[in-house]
Every structure is written in structure tokens, then in C-alpha cells.
Design a protein around this ligand. Structure first.
Ligand SMILES: C[S@@+](CC[C@H](N)C(=O)[O-])C[C@H]1O[C@@H](n2cnc3c(N)ncnc32)[C@H](O)[C@@H]1O
Length: 393
């Protein structure tokens, strides 16, 4: 303790690291972890021009298609390639978590903690012109930033964004199947279909929604409780359907066939695996670290939140679908413990091997088949990744 108290980190954080058996040195040795960017598919021919502009050779990340590393302190925000949406910043470990989902053409993907949206962008560019992606986040301002990002990178065409609590979110993807079924049930709002999204729409939507609450039909989510839809792309499945169709409630047995093919639960956490995030407290003030990160009560409620997000994400997964749970915390309590509790309470959940990981620079987590990335092992930010499938019981 005497030795670590000499380090330039506040005592409360050192205590947190010690209580969780975490190595302090990653925060105090000089940060050599590279930055990573993903090149938007289709921009490969611009590579040399981008390198000339940022005056730096981009190192291809051999184990992660489309990813390049940069020296840690190189700024790209002013580069033309960044402004024109040809590259976006995303840590390689985050890219690996998305790849673990095995996204394939036509998948309907749910990203339950989506903001600010780096993983959502990658999901979207992997889907290309097929399938759909639904992004959910409880923080409206963060999800609005995610919308801006989707628009900047022209990746929102098949995307819809809901401000909602991921522990209770219950909307299934819009597919032709769900459209026809809900029309059979006879919906009173049939005329009131979604027109092309414009930035002025959410405000109007909310005004109308507050007036119409009393007309909500019992078979659908009460209008006042509905997740707020703050963006939808032209091919997201929303355009042309009615509110009743969008907000229909389905029973859990229907979710087995109509649920999402893939679900990402990149849960809220203490972010202690992200050295850059922890370093930001130099500016924010170390005193705020306690309240934002270390507070034991918060950690307790965080692990409950993580468990609930994972449980609800799994509920929305179709039979045979894949779910990835990840956090950027290095603690066992927010990772292995949450996974263990979840497996105990969900007999239809089975941990899956992440096949691609045999070529990844990561190590096994404390539970077989889970993975841990970190600055020392992987030259990335810290990330825990676990992948599940849903079995028929
Ligand atoms: C680790 S961040 C997600 C990062 C994101 N996946 C990305 O790649 O940019 C966790 C997010 O969870 C959101 N969050 C916290 N509680 C939530 C809840 N109950 N439901 C949905 N989102 C929640 C936070 O607002 C935050 O944006």
C-alpha cells in the first residue's frame, strides 16, 4: 500500500483497484496504447490520401479487418477524412466485441446500450444494405450524439433509435411478419403512419403523443410509456407503418421466433478498463471520481443494472440467436459474477466459444469461453466479452 500510495492517483481509486485485485501500473506507466480507427467500407482507395493528410502511416490491425492503429497522441478530429466520415474512432477491443456477434446479411440487431454509438456504427456498416439495427439508450443527450454520428457517417438508413430503459425495453424488430400480424389484430391508429424522418419530427411526435395517451389500446404499450423514437432511417422498417405496429406487445413465446437475431449488451460500468477515460478525471477533478465510479452503493446497483440489462437483452433474443455482453471494467464483480448469476437463472442461455478469438491478442476471462482484453495483453483498452446463445428448452 505504501508503494502504490506514491502513485499520482487518488487514494480512493487505489483502494478501489486494490479491493478488486487490479494492477495499478496500467494507469501510471506512460500510455503507449495506440488509438484505433475503422475505415468505412468503400474508403479503402483513400488510404494513402488519409495517411498523407495526417502525416502518419496507418498500421493495419492484422487480426481485425478494417481497423488501423495510430500513435496514442495523434489527433484525427481535424482531418478531412474524419470530417468527411471516411474513418471513425473505435477501440480494437470494441471492434472485437462486435465481430463476436457474427453479424450476417439480413440480421436484425439490437444494441441495448448504444450511445455514443461507435459499436452501433460498426454494426450498421457490417449489415450494409440488409437487416436492421435498433439502438436503445437511457440518456437522451448521448443517444442524440449517436444520431448525429449515424448521420455523419451515412449509416442510419436501416437504424432506429429509442430513448428507453434497456432493462424493460420490449419492442421486437419490425419485419414483414410482425407487420401482417399486427394488422390482423385491427389497429385504430392505422392511418397514422410514420412519414419520412425529419429532425423536426421528434418534437411534434412528443406533442401528439401526450394528447393521445387516453386513446392507447390495451394490446399495445400505453403511449405515455412508449420508448421515445428519436431517429429512424428510410429502410429501418419504421417508414409507412403505424404506431400500433411499431409499439405492439408480443408474448415471450412469440419472441422466440420474432425476436432479434443478434443482441449487444455493452453495459454501463465503472469504465476502469479504459485508461483514457480514467485519465479524463485529471480535467474533471479527481473528487468526482468517487461519486461517478467508486461509490460502493453505485457499484452494487451497477451490477444489478448489468444483470437486468443482460437478462432483458436475452429475453428479446430469438431462439438460436447470439448475444454479446461486454463491459470496459476489469473487475470480476461486473463481469464474471454477472455472467455466473445470469447463467444460473437462465437455463436456456449457453455460453459460446468466440471462434475468431483464437487469432486475437486477448486472454481467457475467469469463466471458460469468456475473453479479456487489456492494455498489456492486447494493446487495447480493457474489455470483457462473453457470448451466449438461446437454446430451446
Ligand atoms: C459503455 S456505454 C455504451 C457505449 C456504446 N455501446 C458505444 O459503443 O459507443 C453504456 C451506455 O449505457 C447507457 N445506460 C445506462 N443505463 C441504461 C439503461 N438502464 N438502459 C439503457 N442504457 C443505459 C449509458 O447512458 C451509456 O450510454
Amino acid at each position: 500500500m505504501e508503494e502504490i500510495s506514491k502513485l499520482p492517483l487518488p487514494e480512493a481509486f487505489l483502494n478501489f483497484l486494490q479491493a478488486n485485485g487490479l494492477d495499478t501500473s496500467i494507469y501510471t506507466t506512460s500510455d503507449t496504447t495506440p488509438r484505433y480507427i475503422r475505415l468505412k467500407p468503400g474508403s479503402e482507395d483513400d488510404l494513402q490520401e488519409i495517411e498523407a493528410e495526417i502525416n502518419c502511416k496507418l498500421q493495419r490491425v492484422v487480426w481485425l479487418p478494417g481497423f488501423y492503429s495510430l500513435p496514442p497522441h495523434l489527433q484525427i478530429a481535424n482531418s478531412r477524412a474524419y470530417k468527411e466520415g471516411k474513418i471513425y474512432g473505435i477501440d480494437a477491443a470494441s471492434g472485437a466485441a462486435v465481430l463476436a456477434l457474427n453479424i450476417s446479411r439480413g440480421d436484425h440487431v439490437l444494441d441495448l446500450c448504444a450511445a455514443p454509438g461507435a459499436k452501433l456504427c460498426m454494426i450498421s456498416d457490417l449489415l450494409g444494405d440488409s437487416g436492421s439495427v435498433t439502438g436503445v439508450d437511457i440518456a437522451r443527450h448521448r443517444l442524440a450524439a449517436c444520431r448525429t454520428m449515424l448521420q455523419k457517417y451515412a449509416l442510419g438508413d436501416r437504424c432506429r433509435l429509442f430513448v428507453a430503459d434497456g432493462t424493460t425495453f420490449s419492442l421486437i424488430p419490425v419485419t414483414e411478419h410482425s407487420n401482417s400480424r399486427s394488422c390482423e389484430s385491427g389497429c385504430q391508429e392505422k392511418e397514422d403512419t410514420f412519414k419520412e424522418w425529419t429532425s423536426r419530427r421528434p418534437w411534434k411526435e412528443r406533442k401528439k403523443a401526450s394528447k393521445a395517451t387516453k386513446h392507447a389500446a390495451s394490446a399495445f404499450v400505453a403511449e405515455s410509456d412508449r420508448p421515445e423514437l428519436i431517429f429512424y432511417g428510410r429502410n429501418s422498417g419504421v417508414l409507412g407503418i403505424s404506431k400500433s405496429e411499431l409499439y405492439q406487445i408480443v408474448c415471450s413465446c412469440e419472441v422466440l421466433s420474432c425476436g432479434y437475431d443478434k443482441v449487444l449488451v455493452d453495459a454501463e460500468c465503472t469504465h476502469d478498463g479504459s485508461i483514457r477515460h480514467i485519465q479524463k478525471f485529471e480535467h474533471w477533478g479527481w473528487d468526482t471520481l468517487h461519486q461517478r465510479v467508486l461509490n460502493a452503493e453505485r457499484t452494487d446497483s451497477l451490477t444489478n443494472l448489468q444483470f437486468k440489462l443482460l437478462t432483458n437483452g436475452f429475453k428479446l433474443l430469438r431462439l438460436g440467436g447470439l448475444l454479446v455482453y461486454s463491459t470496459c471494467s476489469l473487475t470480476v464483480s461486473q463481469n464474471e459474477d454477472v455472467v455466473e448469476r445470469f447463467l444460473k437463472e437462465n437455463a436456456s442461455a449457453e455460453l459460446q466459444e468466440i471462434e475468431a478469438a483464437k487469432d486475437w491478442p486477448c486472454k481467457s476471462g475467469g469463466i471458460l469461453k469468456t475473453l479479456r482484453f487489456g492494455p498489456v495483453t492486447s494493446q487495447t483498452s480493457g474489455l470483457f466479452v462473453a457470448k451466449f446463445t438461446k437454446l430451446a428448452l
